[in-house]
Write a protein that binds this ligand. Structure first.
Ligand code: DO4
Ligand code: MG
Length: 288
């Protein structure tokens, strides 16, 4: 089962149950008023089904506005969880190469705060490259969706937009390379955990389109990740509570070659088996 957040034609936001090419707006109740409440329930799929009623209208996915599939969730990210990310970072930041090398093997993973909900772009909304950065890339990442008990309730697609020149100049600049307005794409919806294929089948693909040309494409699989989801979640939850649940991006295994940078007007498409495709245009403008 797949759950989305949608905006209906009257402007009202709702939680949608995706079925094929349609989405049904659930009849939310005082007990289950939000996506978060559904994900907190002991059986989110059964809860969602119980919120369908006889009058439920099925809307066409192509004519429905999808929103990022989160409420008040914080978004966190893991880094250097794939060999490709480790080598790219070691090349980009010679002074800090040893740290990227060590963290790939160390028991404690790299975890960082990525975004507040307001910094997240949903399907079709622009993700941003910083106005003060010259070397920018998308990072296509499988995102695990956790409830407040830190149980994995589902998966979605994340784009951990990154400014490689800022991170490469000095690792202490990492938060600036990673966290800014529209720095994160999420969506198009959450596939509940039971409906996901085995990790070995979780293929991840990235396409960057510029006009009519594909300027970069790459693929990997979640099976290439050096850590388990449970290990990452265990570290995230140490001395850290998430009353609303949390989304954790699990790191990138696709890094374009060093001569590639995103440009305003590009479209980034990330597909993950069992979930679907998240597409976002890229813009470069300063909020202030
Ligand atoms: O250490 C920098 C960030 C790494 C990262 O975001 C990734 O590997 O996906
Ligand atoms: Mg990343």
């Amino acid at each position: 089962m797949q759950l989305a957040r949608i905006r209906q034609t009257d402007g009202q936001e709702a939680v949608g149950l995706v079925e094929g090419s349609s989405v049904a707006a659930l009849a939310l109740t005082p007990e289950f008023p939000t996506l978060t409440a559904i994900l907190e329930s002991t059986d989110p799929a059964a809860t969602a089904r119980s919120l369908l009623n006889k009058g439920t209208r099925y809307l066409g996915l192509d004519t429905t506005t999808l929103l990022a599939p989160i409420d008040q969730h914080e978004v966190w990210a893991a880094g250097v969880t794939y060999r490709r990310s480790q080598t790219a970072r070691m090349e980009e930041s010679q002074g800090a190469a040893v740290f990227y090398d060590q963290v790939y093997e160390a028991p404690r993973p790299e975890l960082f705060f990525k975004a507040t909900p307001g910094r997240v772009a949903g399907p079709g909304q622009p993700v941003r490259i910083r106005s003060d950065a010259q070397w920018n890339v998308p990072e296509p990442e499988l995102a695990v969706v956790l409830n407040s008990r830190l149980e994995i309730v589902g998966y979605t697609i994340g784009n951990d937009m990154s400014s490689r020149d800022i991170e490469g100049e000095n690792p202490l600049y990492l938060p600036q390379a990673k966290v800014y307005d529209a720095c994160c794409g999420l969506g198009p919806w959450i596939t509940l955990a039971d409906a996901m294929p085995a990790r070995e089948q979780m293929k991840i693909e990235l396409v960057v389109q510029r006009g009519n040309a594909v300027v970069f494409q790459g693929e990997t699989s979640a099976a290439q990740m050096a850590r388990s989801f449970e290990d990452l979640v265990g570290w995230l939850g140490r001395d850290n509570s998430f009353p609303q649940g949390v989304v954790l991006l699990t790191g990138t295994g696709i890094v374009p070659p060093d001569d590639f940078t995103l440009a305003a007007g590009d479209e980034v498409r990330i597909s993950i088996a069992g979930i679907g495709t998240l597409a976002n245009p890229v813009e470069q403008r300063s909020t202030h």
